[in-house]
Ligand binder design. Structure first.
Ligand code: CU
Length: 316
């Protein structure tokens, strides 16, 4: 728990970038598939993303990068403790919530949206999502930072974004995607890993440990590598560089919420995971603290085990 304590301490002594209000949840907001938003709302969303990149970092670390980069910074620095363990789902649930809250401060008035990639699993490269968020990077538009090549976006609202980080390293570059074609079935962007059948199988898992493991390893990981490939931002631990990250993780959160709804009494308390906390080898409990550095004040896992409470207030 040493690292966790350290991270908690740092946020206790300084103001958080994003303040999460606690209030009774009387009217939960319904999150929607991104493509069901009308064109004006989609534009308001993507404009708000661009606005994040005009705001200064709120991390109290003396960074001269932006609020947009803060999300990558925090995610990549916590990478080892928020993935492949119990904390994965609760941590990312609150992370998406923080993002939505920042978008609101940047003028977005709609609900948080998700990308239901299972709808596109038959032919992901031709998904209509790319019409809204820009498509694959251009093979003729390559940038380099160190030994990393990037395949820059050439269309859509995010083509001028300049993420500051590659993993923990300061390496400003173009926003990049590198659609990956699975070798077994060329061209399918690993769609078999996130189609309706796969999601049904995962939803049938009985324990949190099984559910989290399958969800994280198969559809979650496949989208990251199918969109990120070798030269894209979705692959490394700085994946929040790609605004698509948050639509992807809202979908992951939706699948967890749906699974919890299958047996709320048990599953809104189930955080038992076979994988121990990578930092100290302990088993996760509901009292464990979710660290967010200075992005927001630390909260407990128990506070995000449902999407309808004083802290979170939404449904799918
Ligand atoms: Cu992550």
């Amino acid at each position: 728990m040493q690292l966790l304590r350290l991270l908690s301490l740092s946020s206790a002594v300084s103001a958080a970038a994003i303040v999460q209000q606690r209030q009774p949840c009387t009217n939960p907001e319904k999150r929607v598939e991104f493509r069901t938003l009308d064109a004006a709302a989609q534009k308001q969303y993507t404009d708000a993303v661009m606005c994040l990149a005009t705001k200064p970092s709120g991390l109290n670390l003396g960074l001269n990068t932006t609020l947009y980069d803060d999300f990558s910074y925090v995610h990549t620095h916590l990478n080892k403790i928020i993935h492949f363990c119990a904390m994965f789902l609760p941590w990312h649930r609150n992370f998406v919530q923080l993002y939505h809250s920042s978008l609101r401060d940047c003028g977005y008035t709609g609900p948080m949206a998700y990308w239901d990639w299972s709808l596109d699993a038959a032919d992901p490269a031709k998904s209509s999502i790319w019409d809204v968020v820009g498509g694959n990077g251009g093979t003729d538009k390559i940038e380099k930072t160190g030994d990393q090549e990037w395949m820059c976006l050439t269309d859509g609202p995010f083509k001028d974004l300049r993420p500051a980080y590659r993993e923990t390293e300061y390496a400003p570059h173009c926003l990049s995607r590198d659609f990956y074609d699975g070798k077994e079935r060329p061209g399918d962007m690993r769609g078999g890993a996130y189609n309706a059948e796969e999601l049904k199988f995962i939803n049938e898992r009985e324990t949190y440990a099984d559910f989290r493991l399958y969800l994280e390893s198969i559809p979650h990981g496949s989208i990251h590598s199918a969109v990120g490939g070798q030269k894209g931002d979705m692959k490394p631990s700085s994946s929040p560089n790609d605004p698509l990250f948050f639509l992807h993780h809202a979908q992951i959160d939706r699948l967890w919420a749906q699974w919890q709804q299958g047996n709320p009494e048990a599953r809104e308390k189930d955080i038992v995971d076979d994988k121990v906390n990578p930092v100290d080898g302990s088993k996760a409990t509901l009292d464990d603290v979710l660290p967010f550095m200075d992005l927001t004040a630390d909260i407990k896992i128990s506070e995000v085990m449902t999407t309808q409470n004083d802290l979170l207030c939404y449904i799918y």
